[in-house]
Design a protein around this ligand. Structure first.
Ligand SMILES: [Ca+2]
Length: 275
C-alpha cells in the first residue's frame, strides 16, 4: 500500500490467502474522506442558477445526426470562436484506431469490436472539447460548468460517488478490477466492459438528480478552463473518470484536464441547459 495511511475501510487489509496488498490499493484508498487530491481543494460554496442537465452521456446516435447536419451545411457559426478553421467534427474512432488500440498485445488484453466506439447506444468518444461545444450548441444546449456537473453528480449532500459514500463495483463502468483491486482474480472485467458501455446500463449508479454514468463509462468534458479565473489556462476540465479509470478517479469531486483538441477513446460529454 502507499504511504498515505491506513487502507480505506472498503478495502480488505489482506486478500484471501494472505496475498500482500497490491500497490493499486493505494489508488482506491485515496477516496477516504480528507484524502482528496490537491486539485480538489479548497472546498468552497458556489451559487448556481437553475439549470437542467442530461440524464445520459451524448450517444453516437445523437452525435451522428449532428455530424450529418454539420457536413451538409459546413456551418460553424455555432462553434466556439477559438475552434480551428473548417474543423472536421468526426469522432476520431469513426475513422481510425490509434496505435494503442491497434497494438496486438493490447488488443488481446482488451479486445474491442468495430462497433465499440460507434454503436448508436454507446457514448460518443474520441471527440475533443470543440466538438462537444459544437454539438451542445447545435442541440440548443451547452456544456455544463464544472460546478453544475459536480452538483448533479454529488447532490446537495456531497456524495462521494453518485449513489453514496461507499464504493460498489456493480454500480459503474470503471477500470481497476482487472488489476486485482477487489477480491476477484486479476484479469476479471467485473463490470463487463473494458470500454464504454451503452448509456444507462448501470441504473443503480444514478445520482441524486437521476443522472446516469456520471461515475465512469465516458469521462466528460465540461465548460471550464483549467486553471480558471483571470489567468485561465488553455486546458479544459474533464470530470467523472472513465471505463478505464480507478474508482478513486470516478468520484464526483475528482477532476482532470486536457488540451481542447485532445481526443481519446475514454472521453465524451453530456449537455446542460438553462431552464
Ligand atoms: Ca460518465
Amino acid at each position: 500500500m502507499g504511504t498515505e495511511g491506513p487502507a480505506h475501510a472498503d478495502v480488505p487489509k489482506e486478500w484471501p490467502g494472505k496475498k500482500p496488498l497490491h500497490p493499486y490499493d493505494a489508488v482506491l484508498a485515496r477516496a477516504r474522506p480528507g484524502w482528496e487530491l490537491p486539485e480538489e481543494r479548497p472546498r468552497r460554496a458556489v451559487s448556481l442558477k437553475a439549470f437542467s442537465i442530461d440524464r445520459y452521456e451524448v450517444t453516437n446516435g445523437q452525435y451522428r445526426t449532428f455530424l450529418a447536419w454539420s457536413r451538409a451545411n459546413g456551418d460553424h457559426r455555432l462553434c466556439h470562436p477559438d475552434e480551428p478553421a473548417d474543423k472536421d467534427h468526426t469522432p476520431r474512432y469513426w475513422k481510425e484506431f490509434n496505435p494503442l488500440l491497434r497494438n496486438r498485445d493490447y488488443a488481446a488484453l482488451a479486445p474491442h469490436e468495430t462497433d465499440t466506439f460507434r454503436a448508436d447506444d454507446r457514448p460518443v468518444v474520441g471527440v475533443d472539447w470543440f466538438d462537444a461545444y459544437a454539438y451542445a450548441a447545435w442541440a440548443g444546449k451547452r456544456l455544463p460548468t464544472e460546478a453544475e456537473w459536480e452538483l448533479a453528480c454529488a447532490g446537495r449532500e456531497g456524495r462521494r460517488w453518485p449513489w453514496g459514500q461507499r464504493w460498489d463495483w456493480g454500480r459503474a463502468n470503471t477500470g481497476g478490477e482487472r488489476k486485482g483491486l477487489d477480491s476477484k482474480p486479476r484479469g476479471v472485467e467485473r463490470d463487463g466492459y473494458v470500454y464504454p458501455a451503452p448509456v444507462g446500463r448501470f441504473p443503480n449508479g444514478k445520482s441524486p438528480w437521476g443522472c446516469e454514468d456520471m461515475a465512469g463509462n465516458a469521462a466528460e468534458w465540461v465548460a471550464d478552463r483549467n486553471p480558471s479565473g483571470p489567468s485561465a489556462g488553455l486546458r479544459r476540465v474533464v470530470r467523472g473518470g472513465s471505463s478505464q479509470d480507478y474508482p478513486s478517479s470516478t468520484r464526483c469531486a475528482s477532476r482532470s484536464s486536457r488540451e481542447p483538441d485532445f481526443r481519446t477513446f475514454t472521453l465524451g460529454f453530456r449537455c446542460a441547459k438553462d431552464p
